[in-house]
Design a protein around this ligand. Structure first.
Ligand code: GUN
Length: 283
């Protein structure tokens, strides 16, 4: 019988612990601020940004939103980041991705001061993650690690297979699992014999971006299956990368979509913002 990993409950637990610390800081007259930049009108990005603002409100952060027009130039965006970098009252900065095509995403990410880079996407923070000396790492994989910890799922010596090699999920996920002594394999679109590799996973992380991609034949009996995907199926219903109904009975633990990794990403963003403020010596 599998156990459902309740990302909503764990995310509430994390947000409540941030909220408690924020309340204590308020007594001392200290406030934490997260600046969120969104460029253009991507509907999914709008939903994410709204959810991030709501979470800020919940934990007691001040949130600043900079909603920029689709036509905003790269230079204008970089100048805004420069201003926020200099602003001592701002502890965390994130630019919701994707940015419009005329803007170089990499330049934007690396313009954010590493101390305020609460997404953990900048080259400095990625490098720090890979040498095991980091404060701010990508929120989604950090959320997965929190889920594993909460359910006492030991990574040490386990075969961990990640499907997907993105900078936002797959690669930082590999670094974090490796840090916990997992034996890590990253699979991607060019991987040969994919199901042969995934079938050996004790912990399987799906971050492909394709609905129902992971099917029962790809999963080992008793595996822990973590579904990072957020897709919409033909009926417009939210679903993950894993064929949940087909796979669940083979697993020991599995995350649902929604209610698995999604809420954890935002909770870890709140935690990262608190960590950033602490490291800046502001609190
Ligand atoms: N777009 C999709 N996921 C993310 C994320 O975690 N952070 C930012 N900034 N943009 C995203």
């Amino acid at each position: 019988m599998y156990k459902l990993i309740d990302g909503k409950a764990v995310s509430e637990y994390i947000k409540n612990s941030v909220k408690e610390k924020v309340a204590d800081l308020k007594v001392e007259g200290k406030e934490i601020t997260l600046a969120v930049i969104i460029v253009g009108n991507d509907p999914a990005s709008r939903v994410y940004v709204n959810n991030k603002k709501k979470a800020c409100e919940y934990v007691g952060f001040r949130s600043l939103e900079y909603a920029l027009d689709e036509q905003t130039s790269e230079q204008e965006l970089l100048e805004l980041i420069d201003r926020l970098n200099k602003d001592k009252s701002v502890n965390g900065i994130l630019c919701q991705l994707p940015v419009p095509e005329h803007i170089d995403e990499e330049k934007v990410i690396d313009r954010i001061s590493p101390e305020k880079d609460v997404d953990g996407f900048s080259k400095i923070n990625v490098g720090k993650l890979w040498v095991g000396d980091y404060d701010l790492a990508a929120c989604t994989p950090m959320g997965v690690m929190e889920l594993l910890k909460y359910y006492n799922i030991d990574v040490n010596g386990k075969n961990c297979v990640i499907i997907g090699r993105s900078n936002i999920v797959g690669k930082p996920m590999a670094a974090l699992l490796l840090e916990k002594n997992g034996t890590v394999t990253i699979c991607h679109s060019r991987t040969k014999n994919l199901s042969e590799i995934t079938s050996q996973a004790d912990i399987l992380v799906a971050a492909v971006g394709r609905a129902g991609f992971v099917t029962a034949d790809m999963v080992k009996e008793g595996a822990v299956v973590i579904d990072v995907g957020i897709n919409r199926n033909a009926e417009g219903k939210l679903c993950g990368d894993v064929d949940f109904d087909g796979v669940k009975d083979k697993t020991s633990y599995i995350t649902p979509v929604p209610g698995g990794c999604g809420p954890m990403t935002i909770a870890m963003l709140m935690n990262n913002t608190l960590v950033a403020a602490e490291k800046q010596g502001e609190i």
